[in-house]
Design a protein around this ligand. Sequence first.
Ligand SMILES: Nc1ncnc2c1ncn2[C@@H]1O[C@H](COP(=O)(O)OP(=O)(O)O)[C@@H](O)[C@H]1O
Ligand SMILES: [Mg+2]
Length: 363
Amino acid sequence: MVGKPESDGMYRAAIEALADGIVLLDPEGTVIDCNPGAESILGVSCEAMLGNKFTGIGLDFVQENGAPYPKKRLPHAITLGTGKTCRNVVMGLSRPDSDTTWIRVDSEILSSGGHPFAILVSFSDISLRKRHQEELQHSYSALRELSFRLQHAREVERASVAREIHDELGSVLTSIKFDLSWAVEKLDGKGQFEEIFKALDGAIQSVKKICTDLRPAILDDLGLLAAIEWQLGKFGRKTGIRCKIETRGSEPAVPQDVATGIFRIFQETLTNIARHADAANVRVRFQANEKDILLTVNDDGKGIDPKSSAGSKSLGILGMAERAQALGGALVVHPAKPRGTKVELSIPLERRTSRRAIASSIP
Ligand SMILES: Nc1ncnc2c1ncn2[C@@H]1O[C@H](COP(=O)(O)OP(=O)(O)O)[C@@H](O)[C@H]1O
Ligand SMILES: [Mg+2]
């Protein structure tokens, strides 16, 4: 059986076995003790540390942005200078021959009977966790970029399909109608062609509707505000919900990708109201100037149930927020007063983000 060491020996053994680093400093900042964990994380032997000032053992600390860590702001220096405890300070240990080691540091005063006798600096190696975090962040950014590009490609595709259908199918149908009218003029018993004319008119209307659903021409011809007013009018007629729009400022020149993004977010907002809100009134506010566009949509429905919107399957609002972010703006959805839901969208017009620059380079 393994014998139980004395209390001091037991703590010493525990400290020696710790993977975390521990360094004890006296009130002048001189190293008076350290463990093997500290040696391996810092890459400096205890022998080289003991008896030296902690700041004087040649360690090169950097901040998360890569800039040198100011010596006065190092956790142990703060504890030494002010007596304050520092927790969870993340810093890098830059080494000339290998990658930066990232550590999370705590430092605090140790006291006995109310008398401080040492500063305890403890730290753990978080390099692996930080790398995973960075990789996760990287894949998240890549996914966002992909989603943005897909959305953009989809818009381009929709516009081109709408154009093709309009130009090819629409004009063929119209010309068949004219030719048929001309031929029918020469015949007796026009009545039997009535059905064919009806069908043709129906087909022409369908083509128009498909084209408008794919990409409303009004957005390109008359601009964003006109398209929003048109969409709201259509929504009101279809759902019976009373809709009002208030505009402030005149509409500035809006780049096409911004106009499309705002319009799609607006459409999705109205779809949500029709589907979920059970509202009687919708109030839209469109505020624009040279710098930004603010669009607010208020409904007086039952409001968003936090439980139903917490589900990861709801992608509508997430997609709207992503779209707003991709345009350098933001989307906030919150409860309206006294009831209902308020969707606030703000998009800057001044600063074109790199993504938008990419977007305009996609044919
Ligand atoms: N205007 C609204 N009024 C009430 N509830 C809403 C409204 N908009 C969204 N919601 C709720 O938020 C959820 C998430 O919306 P969304 O992300 O668009 O997903 P989806 O419409 O596909 O369900 C909806 O399922 C609905 O419960
Ligand atoms: Mg939705």
